[in-house]
Design a protein around this ligand. Structure first.
Ligand code: ATP
Ligand code: MG
Length: 439
């Protein structure tokens, strides 16, 4: 009989620039997330989740129409209803929109919020650069005191330091409106006779936003930026005093920083303090792990009341990449106390039930019902760090007992099935006491 051969379908693939985060790598993600949650608790920041989709206008008005993010990198679309929406390329604009919409200015200020979630930019994919990537960020909204800038910088610094990375803050002040108007004139003059050597993008930027030239990634533009007049020399008295004060706090806290006049950040909304964090282990290939700054004008741009604010965002893939490059060890989670092992079909039924009962009673219990041999199951129990294994076979079922094996000493005892929980608790308690005495 002739059988029809099925046409082989082409294999489905991951979308370019996207990334699966597989279970092994999740260990790193968990460590980073826990550090973020701890920092939020320690410094009093509450979590906020804003939608991934916002009106495109939100980003045009805040991040800026002439920035790379808005002009080249946004995933924008029109809905069947005619709304112009975009996948968020960053989260600060969404957080401030939410702050205004929910009247958070009536709360005690500053309102301290943090977020963690995916962002989308149509970037050129490469190591540490994806089209969907995760950021976490901390925002303190409603206070312009330099001590808040310093504290937010310290949070960004401490999270990375405590993850084991050797990092440095690169800091600058991009001034207030008054300082910037003057500085932009000076910058245009500086670049005017060098115009022919600038990259195509920078030629355009020179007219509308000359400060963005300092941030260009093209090598010869970067060289020109190094020689350019510096913002710090053109700060208004007020902006200067604010900046000096931020630096004094950082000195006091022994934060490693360097002044970098080319830090202007790739978004329009920054004012005064601006910083990036780089990892120092492989010089020459410095990719920022994150950055932040003050954005005193953002709320007003969105139609809210003038509200000074400061915050940062960090790229989680880049942090994890650096942790892996630097071979930073992640504690393997050995979270289990008890393994339930079974031998034979009847025992398996009972074992399934015992596992459920222990789980419901909040024992840290695990199993592997698909394994049949005892040796295999004991190996798995060991790998998962179980302190005890409960073994059930035909004999135990007929006797109404369970074998309890101490995984450290290998000693096995028979216990009454009905007393399993009491016996387990007793033994686990004793293990804790013994280990405390060793310390
Ligand atoms: P870059 O100069 O590397 O493009 P950026 O200035 O565009 O960075 P920010 O907008 O400051 O980046 O975002 C803060 C952090 O988010 C970056 O320092 C980086 O760690 C991370 N990030 C930004 N874009 C990407 C991306 N495409 N893939 C992965 N992480 C990213
Ligand atoms: Mg970018």
């Amino acid at each position: 009989m002739a059988t029809k051969k099925k046409a082989k379908k082409t294999q489905v693939q991951l979308v370019k620039g996207m990334k699966d985060i597989l279970p092994d790598e999740q260990l790193y993600w968990n460590v980073v997330k826990e550090k973020v949650f701890k920092a939020a608790r320690d410094y009093g920041f509450s979590r906020i989740d804003t939608p991934i989709v916002e009106f495109t206008n939100l980003f045009k008005r805040t991040v800026g129409e002439d920035t790379d993010i808005v002009s080249k990198e946004m995933y924008s679309f029109v809905t069947p209803g005619g709304d112009k929406l975009s996948l968020r390329p960053e989260n600060t604009a969404g957080v401030v929109r939410s702050y205004i919409e929910h009247g958070m200015l009536n709360l005690p200020q500053p309102v301290k919020l943090f977020y963690i979630g995916p962002q989308f930019r149509h970037d050129k994919p490469q190591a540490g650069r994806y089209r969907q990537f995760w950021q976490f960020g901390f925002e303190a909204i409603g206070d312009n005191d330099p001590v808040i800038d310093a504290q937010v910088i310290i949070i960004s610094y401490n999270i990375l330091k405590e993850l084991g990375l050797d990092i440095q803050i690169q800091i600058n002040s991009v001034g207030d409106e008054e300082s910037r108007a003057n500085y932009m004139k000076i910058l245009r003059q500086y670049y005017q006779d060098k115009k022919k050597d600038l990259c195509v993008d920078c030629k355009k930027r020179l007219i509308k936003s000359p400060m963005r030239l300092l941030d260009c990634k093209v090598k010869y533009c970067q060289e020109m930026a190094l020689e350019a007049p510096q913002m710090v020399d053109y700060l208004s008295d007020d902006a200067k005093e604010h900046f000096m004060s931020v630096l004094e706090y950082l000195d006091e806290m022994d934060v490693k920083y360097s002044l970098d006049p080319t830090i202007v950040r790739g978004l329009d909304y920054y004012t005064r303090t601006a910083w990036e964090i780089v990892e120092l282990s492989n010089e020459g290939k410095l990719q920022a792990l994150g950055g932040g700054g003050r954005y005193d004008d953002l709320a007003e741009v969105l139609g809210g009341r003038a509200t000074p604010a400061v915050g940062f965002a960090m790229g989680m893939e880049r942090i994890i990449m650096k942790m892996q490059e630097n071979k930073i060890e992640i504690p393997k989670s050995k979270d289990y106390d008890v393994f339930v092992a079974q031998l034979g079909v009847e025992a398996r039924k009972k074992a399934l039930k015992l596992f459920e009962e222990l789980r419901e009673d909040d024992f840290k219990v695990t199993e592997n019902m698909s394994k049949k041999g005892l040796k295999d199951q004991l190996d798995i129990a060991n790998k998962r760090g179980a302190k005890y294994t409960l073994i059930m076979g035909q004999k135990e079922i007929s006797d109404g007992t369970v074998l309890i094996r101490d995984m450290e000493s290998g000693v096995q005892e028979i216990i009454d099935y009905k007393k399993v929980k009491i016996e387990l608790r007793k033994r686990l308690q004793k293990k804790i006491l013994d280990s405390e005495q060793k310390i």
